[in-house]
Design a protein around this ligand. Structure first.
Ligand SMILES: Nc1nc2c(ncn2[C@@H]2O[C@H](COP(=O)(O)OP(=O)(O)OP(=O)(O)O)[C@@H](O)[C@H]2O)c(=O)[nH]1
Ligand SMILES: [Zn+2]
Length: 339
């Protein structure tokens, strides 16, 4: 495929406004420990990252100068996850993703609660949520799944298809044409790889560079930001594959707008929608205007999000408390053994 222009790469006024004189724009295709690989209309470049490669994400636009990523241009949106491990840190997964393709299959994998989570994540990340229902060929009535998916939120567009059929996978082309960036999320085995191969023609684009290739061994693929046959871009990174809900309270409000609107009409602003008088949420439940399952899913997501969004300080305090408890138990058991 020919070398992409800036606009093929997704460049827009939003970024042009931020670019300083003397800087040249480049789009980050790979983030390594100490360097970035970025795409430009003149081909791929390796960039030093003086501020640390970890502050950039695949999909970012940077202003480069003298072989370095001098500045990260504020993205149109970014996807972050709660980093695994002891600290509750926010880890960048990708930036400037236009569409989050939420892949699930028309069978046992279909789960309204999980879809809502991903739709909330898309909303919090400023991505369009596109629900892709695979294995339509195996379902008796794929339209029933489509309807269920579309009912989740007015933000959702949904498609049902057989991912193995190239013509059907081509229905995703409107979301991965020139300048567009798509990322796929979903459980293992739902067909993400099958779809990605269909969209990229299986042949991963042009020449990339690996960090351990400093001695001149060049690889020939970008795994992280791949060119689609339709001209757009597909983000595929381990972080994207392990994505979970983090910091999405904003997104949850959007997906559950019906409930947050109701809650705003409750008599008490801190209404827990349990036994309080003048509760608009319970009134809607009783009037059959709100599904109890939907309310339950909202409660669960809210609780989970609160938990995931706890501050670093809170997390540390909790760990300190926990460590103290463990030490006390250990002391206790040693003392008992000593008896
Ligand atoms: N019948 C049918 N099979 C499909 C469809 N999509 C994927 N498959 C099959 O399902 C299996 C898993 O597909 P993958 O594309 O590897 O799934 P994945 O989501 O990439 O899975 P991970 O790599 O584990 O994350 C493969 O055997 C595919 O051929 C579909 O629409 N219909
Ligand atoms: Zn209430």
């Amino acid at each position: 495929m020919n070398t992409p222009t800036l606009s093929d790469l997704g460049w827009s006024d939003h970024f042009a406004r931020q670019l300083e004189d003397g800087d040249t724009p480049a789009r980050v295709a790979e983030v390594h420990r100490s360097l970035l690989v970025a795409l430009t209309p003149d081909g791929p470049v390796r960039l030093a990252a003086p501020s640390g490669a970890g502050s950039f994400a695949v999909g970012d636009w940077v202003g480069m100068r003298d072989g370095a990523a001098r500045v990260r241009l504020a993205p149109k949106g970014e996807i972050a996850r709660k980093a695994a491990g002891r600290t509750v840190a926010r880890q960048l997964v990708a930036a400037n993703v236009d569409t989050l393709g939420i892949v699930t299959s028309c069978n046992a994998d279909f789960n309204a609660a999980r879809l809502e989570r991903y739709v909330a994540l898309a909303a919090a990340s400023d991505c369009l949520p596109l629900v892709i229902l695979t294995k339509a060929d195996l379902a008796e009535d794929p339209r029933a799944y489509l309807r269920q998916a579309e009912r989740l939120s007015p933000l959702v567009t949904a498609l049902a298809l057989d991912a193995r059929d190239a013509d059907e996978a081509a229905r995703l082309v409107p979301w991965c044409g020139p300048g567009q960036t798509l990322a796929l999320v979903g459980s293992s085995g739902v067909g993400k790889t099958t779809l990605q191969n269909a969209l990229t023609g299986g042949a991963e684009a042009t020449a990339g560079i690996r960090e351990d290739d400093a001695k001149g061994r060049h690889t020939t693929t970008y795994r992280a930001l791949r060119r689609c046959a339709a001209g757009g871009w597909l983000i595929d990174t381990p972080g994207m594959r392990e994505l979970q809900l983090a910091d999405s309270s904003e997104g949850i409000d959007e997906v559950f707008e019906d409930i947050t609107d109701l809650a705003a009409a409750c008599r008490f602003s801190d209404c827990a929608h349990e036994t309080e008088p003048g509760c608009a949420v319970r009134a809607a439940l009783e009037a059959g205007e709100l599904e109890p399952e939907r309310l339950a899913r909202w409660r669960k997501l809210e609780a989970e999000d609160r938990h995931n969004s706890e501050t670093l300080a809170q997390a540390r305090a909790r760990h300190r408390g926990f460590a103290k408890k463990i030490r006390a138990i250990q002391r206790d058991s040693r003392r008992r053994k000593g008896d």
